[in-house]
Design a protein around this ligand. Structure first.
Ligand code: ASP
Length: 324
């Protein structure tokens, strides 16, 4: 082989490797963590959840293959879960003590470190879309309550009466909890939703959307709309979305801490998530997390008996699971 042929061979192999690296993608989602048991959930129910998770993942993969941006994919995938009454986000979200639904959501772009969030909104059909609007079309990161709704309306998002979100199952859970004067039912799958994506351009993004905790009072806000607690993304480290008892995730700065463990302690995404779940357990907190890094490595960790979850990678690997 002469020098010229060798040069061309290297060029061809090099560009093939570059193309392969460029087309690498991954998507991971969750539909909430909580106390779940295989005996208590009928096969039909399990299949219903799995089918919806699959629908969301497949939409994500289709968009990934078409070259869509991570931020757009996170929003569209979460929209699917928000529109399903199965999850505690959008339609089907849990009730507050006052028998209203108040929604929280956030999104972060790992490429630019831009972020957007809304909290305590009652009329925005898809809160994650509002979070994205805050990120892209406002000077702010975090809007709440009426102001957030006013902004979303101005940006042309679909507004709905609070009744749209109501489901009988969630109302029954509220009634049960009110009797016990408790917040959240450990037996009730909480069903917050989240998504993290690595797109073919090498960028990562994470988003989370929730109704919070059943029977919440006084305008309580959990971790989900707080950048650094329930959601975080940085191309240098990872994209993270959390679910669980929000007060503990806020105290730990959970999502940002995972990123910091990777940045300052050189942990892998799985090691960092495990370490953070260990800290959560130390405080007697419960919940779970999904995360991925810019190489498409995926982590799905939790200390509850189940977490609705799933992922797809460009390598062809795929998993959808509920229980431990
Ligand atoms: N983290 C959410 C909150 O505390 C609830 C959940 O994920 O189940 O509002």
């Amino acid at each position: 082989m002469n020098l010229k042929t060798l040069f061309f061979l290297i060029l061809i192999v090099g560009s093939a490797c570059f193309a392969a690296a460029q087309s690498k993608y991954a998507i991971v989602i969750h539909g909430g963590a909580g106390v779940m048991s295989e005996e208590r959930m009928s096969k039909e129910q399990q299949n219903e959840y799995k089918a919806k998770l699959n629908e969301a993942l497949e939409l994500g993969e289709k968009m990934l293959k078409e070259g869509a941006e991570a931020t757009d994919i996170v929003v569209r995938v979460i929209n699917v879960l928000e529109d399903s009454p199965l999850f505690n986000a959008g339609k089907g979200a849990v009730f507050t003590h006052d028998e209203k639904v108040e929604l929280d959501a956030s999104i972060m772009d790992g490429k630019t470190l831009n972020a957007g969030a809304v909290a305590g909104v009652r009329n925005i059909k898809n809160p994650i879309s509002a979070a994205r609007e805050v990120m892209l079309n406002s000077e702010h990161v975090f809007l709440s309550g009426k102001g957030a709704s006013e902004f979303a309306k101005k940006r042309g998002l679909e507004m709905v009466p609070n009744k749209y979100f109501h489901t009988q199952a969630r109302h029954e859970s509220l009634m049960k909890l009110k009797k016990q004067e408790r917040e959240r039912n450990q037996k009730d799958y909480t069903g917050t939703v989240g998504c993290a994506v690595l797109d073919i351009h090498g960028n990562i993004c994470a988003g989370t959307s929730t109704g919070g905790m059943t029977n919440k009072k006084y305008g309580r806000i959990g971790d989900s709309p707080i950048i650094g607690a329930g959601t975080y993304a940085n191309n240098k480290t990872c994209a993270v979305s959390c679910t669980g008892h929000g007060e503990y995730f806020i105290r730990l700065g959970f999502a940002r801490d995972i990123s910091a463990l990777m940045e300052y302690k050189n942990m892998s995404v799985t090691e960092a998530c495990r370490e953070e779940i260990r800290k959560l357990a130390e405080l007697n907190g419960t919940g779970g997390v999904i995360a991925l890094d810019a190489n498409g490595n995926i982590a799905m960790e939790f200390n509850t008996s189940g977490m609705f979850r799933g992922y797809i990678k460009s390598t062809g690997e795929k998993e959808i699971a509920i229980f431990k």
